[in-house]
Design a protein around this ligand. Structure first.
Ligand SMILES: [Zn+2]
Length: 386
């Protein structure tokens, strides 16, 4: 017997058309079969709510999910990293953190994640839940020796991190320019192409990163010297962010995480690479007090931008809808529809999910957002953020 689910809501927002009022969505065996305004007696009434394509959190570190507040201090950035390293956990506490993070994502209507995994436990936990998405195996290794060793282990590690469930895919995450040797990065890019798996890399996060790769100076150099990992000048062929972007463009697909500090020539390059996306983490960006994110410029250049919460190490929670609201407040010139796309369909494209969630005949993934019953707002897009 096919399993039929029907939900009625004040508004349903299919991705390719205008919102439909007082509509019922019908899902049979997980496939969206109809969105109708006719009365369906068996439908569960969600009341004053909107059904959206599923929210996609394209960048999260679930291992920090048991933190009750972001790790202080946010500045300087390397002091924050020192604190993150001190807070690293045992495998037991990691397991409960991952579980807490998954629960929080589900409770806040997130349907897919781009998880940055530092342990195969992430894969195991995500295989046991209903979230879709990508488990990105995080790779760190800045010294020549670490780069060689990690490079040799990559293929085995991919097997260890590979999810079993159809809805979850495998990816690779070279951490950042200050933590991954360029030789190792090149191996990761090759593997991404041969294994057809997406990459995610923190890039153009702040000025200090540019200073490190450009002149081997600044707070990252002091930090690496202090922890006895200064590799010498390994960035001769990677002096600019564009050098990194050109290499990452050779991957199967790539998510550039943050891009807070992008300059116009980098944005222009990204605009020529449709397999590349940028993930903007709005409340994490605000936590680090960066200057305005180049989001409008990225969108003007038709670059695919998705949203991420990042981890609870830099965000008070993993509620992606609050990040979408933050975007709406920070960039009032963006239409509500554009903001919804960032949080939904753009994330689908970035993570290469098989369906956008609310298209007829495809696997359904949806999120329910309550809308203000009292509001006099008649435009459903504005009502969402009322
Ligand atoms: Zn991150």
């Amino acid at each position: 017997m096919p399993i039929e689910q029907a939900y009625r809501a004040r508004w349903v927002f299919p991705p390719e058309s205008e919102p439909i009022s007082d509509a019922t969505m019908i899902v049979v065996d997980g496939i969206l079969t109809d969105i109708t305004t006719q009365h369906v007696p068996t439908a569960k009434d969600l009341g004053s709510a909107a059904i959206l394509p599923g929210l996609v959190n394209a960048h999260v570190h679930l291992e920090f999910s048991s933190l009750s507040a972001p790790i202080a201090p946010p500045l300087p950035f390397t002091d924050w990293i020192r604190s993150v390293i001190r807070s690293r956990q045992t495998e037991d506490s990691r397991e409960s953190s991952l579980l807490a993070g998954i629960q929080e994502c589900l409770q806040t209507e997130t349907t897919a994640v781009g998880e940055i995994a530092t342990s195969p436990l992430s894969t195991k936990q995500l295989d046991d839940c209903s979230l879709a998405g990508v488990v990105f195996h995080e790779v760190i290794g800045i010294s020549e020796q670490a780069a060689r060793e990690k490079g040799n282990q990559l293929t085995d590690l991919l097997t260890e991190y590979r999810p079993q469930r159809d809805q979850m895919n495998l990816g690779l995450s070279p951490h950042a320019p200050y933590s991954v040797h360029p030789d190792l990065l090149q191996k990761i890019v090759q593997l991404s192409r041969s294994e057809h798996c997406p990459l995610a890399m923190h890039l153009a996060e702040n000025r200090a990163e540019r200073e490190l790769i450009g002149s081997c100076e600044g707070e990252f150099r002091s930090f690496l010297e202090e922890i006895e990992l200064w590799p010498g000048d390994v960035w001769q062929e990677f002096r600019t962010i564009n050098d990194y972007l050109r290499l990452l463009a050779q991957a199967d697909s790539a998510l550039i995480v943050h891009g807070n500090d992008f300059q116009s020539n980098e944005i222009e390059f990204l605009a020529t690479q449709s397999q590349m996306s940028v993930v903007y983490c709005p409340r994490t960006h605000a936590y680090f007090q960066h200057s305005q994110h180049p989001l409008p410029h990225l969108l003007n250049h038709d670059i695919n931008v998705a949203l991420g919460t990042d981890g609870r190490s830099s965000n008070p929670d993993l509620d992606l809808w609050q990040d979408a609201r933050h975007v709406r407040q920070t960039f009032p010139d963006l239409s509500p529809r554009e903001v919804i796309n960032l949080a939904t369909t753009n994330g689908v494209r970035a993570l290469k999910l098989p369906s956008d969630g609310l298209t007829l005949g495809e696997q359904a993934r949806w999120s329910v957002i309550s809308v203000d019953r009292q509001s006099s707002e008649s435009d459903p897009w504005h009502l969402l953020f009322a």
